[in-house]
Design a binder for this molecule. Structure first.
Ligand code: GLA
Length: 390
């Protein structure tokens, strides 16, 4: 892998800090954040997603210790944690939990984990919906695998990272973020079936088009009750259908007709939520075909449709996200845009022709500040490889 200047300087900083703290040379792992082109709130409904790993990552330097202690340093927070490998439990600090949760899951699989030192940091903006937590979990799983020669395969590491987030951190996320962080491939998106976990790399070689992330600067809180409420609403819809179609196990198996017949008359809100999910799965399948045909314009239109669904039917958007999508809609050079991730803040993902990016940012930044009284942050996403040793 050819490291960029940014990557070199980030990993250099981490290594320096590690040597200064622990007086020894570490092994260094890079684990990226992710974007998701289409397929939102579908992963925990056993549906499809289309994420990719990006050029923003966590860098983790690690080495084994002779005792049973875990010593973790967060370079960005300038905080450290010291604990015992035999007593891994959630902390009041919260940030070590992403690492400790993975340690616990690795132990639960019966793998021997000894004491270790760890320094981590990176450039994934926190709370911007690029999955810094999944990146940190995957970095930890990968590090432990290497340090202790555990021979876990990547999918095992993905699953235990998700479990750590579900059970230790307490966020009931789906599998998309960890999968994308671990399995990412440069210049490809991953078309993942969250039911079978079969996946396909689809080339994303869109000459002259860039992924532009517009950060609302509104901190989303995934742990917020809304995410879990959506999950429950989807489950409620499935239960209503199952009364008539016992073979339906998730919204993946549901059709729009089933929703019309069995959910609409019973619960209008649950119907809306489920309708969005079923439509989004269909949209993703069609969008995958667009990409294969090279019809990026059609793909972009589906992104706008996804936003509409997320905002109106699934109700996980916010005024700032809606504003940013409205502002770019119909603008020459903007191919598609929508809110990305769990919602209630974070970023919009935009496919934009290179030639118009500067002008777009120059106009949008003051417009956003005027309308929302917040600073707009802009990131240009590049699709990179998943978690690896550097
Ligand atoms: C968050 C979760 C993912 C997924 C998205 C919504 O990023 O961590 O598992 O559910 O929200 O698509």
């Amino acid at each position: 892998m050819i490291a960029t200047q940014q990557e070199k300087s980030l990993s250099f900083r981490i290594i320096e800090k590690f040597k200064e703290t622990f007086n020894t040379d570490p092994m260094v792992i890079r684990s990226p954040g992710r974007v998701n082109l289409i397929g939102e709130h579908t992963d925990y409904n056993n549906g499809f997603v289309m994420p990719a790993a990006i050029n923003k990552a966590i860098y983790m330097a690690v080495s084994r210790r002779d005792d049973d202690l875990i010593h973790i340093v967060s370079q960005d927070l300038e905080l450290s944690y010291l604990g015992d490998i035999a007593k891994v439990e959630p902390t009041s600090l919260h940030w070590p939990d992403y690492i400790l949760g993975v340690v616990q899951q690795v132990q639960a699989l019966g793998h021997p984990v000894g004491g270790f030192n760890c320094v981590f940091g990176g450039d994934i903006p926190l709370g911007a919906g690029m999955s810094s937590s999944a990146a940190l979990e995957c970095a930890t799983a990968f590090s432990l695998n290497e340090l202790f020669g555990l021979k876990m395969d990547p999918l095992t590491m993905v699953k235990l990272s998700q479990k750590a987030e579900n059970e230790f951190v307490g966020v009931k996320c789906g599998i998309m973020d960890q999968f994308a962080s671990m399995f990412g491939r440069r210049n490809h998106v991953i078309r993942l079936d969250c039911q079978s976990l079969e996946y396909e790399y689809v080339p994303f070689n869109t000459d002259g088009i860039r992924i532009v992330l517009l950060d609302t600067n509104v901190k989303h809180s995934l742990a917020s009750s809304e995410y879990n409420t959506r999950r429950q609403q989807c489950e409620a819809g499935v239960a209503l259908i199952r009364a008539h179609h016992p073979e339906v196990r998730s919204l993946r198996d549901a059709t729009l007709e089933m929703l019309d017949k069995h959910v609409a008359p019973a619960d209008a809100l649950v119907y809306q939520r489920c309708q969005y999910v079923v439509e989004e799965n269909l949209r993703l399948l069609a969008a995958g075909e667009d990409l294969k045909k090279g019809d990026i314009e059609a793909f972009g239109q589906k992104m706008f449709a996804t936003h509409e669904g997320l905002s109106r039917k699934y109700a996980v958007s916010c005024p700032e996200l809606d504003f940013l999508v409205e502002q770019v809609k119909g603008r020459p050079g903007v191919i598609g845009a929508r809110m990305m991730g769990g919602g209630f803040g974070g970023c919009t993902i935009n496919l934009v022709r290179e030639a118009v990016i500067d002008e777009l940012v120059a106009e949008l930044t003051p417009a956003y500040a005027r309308a929302m009284n917040k600073e707009l942050k802009v990131y240009i996403g590049q699709i990179e490889n998943g978690t690896s040793l550097i």
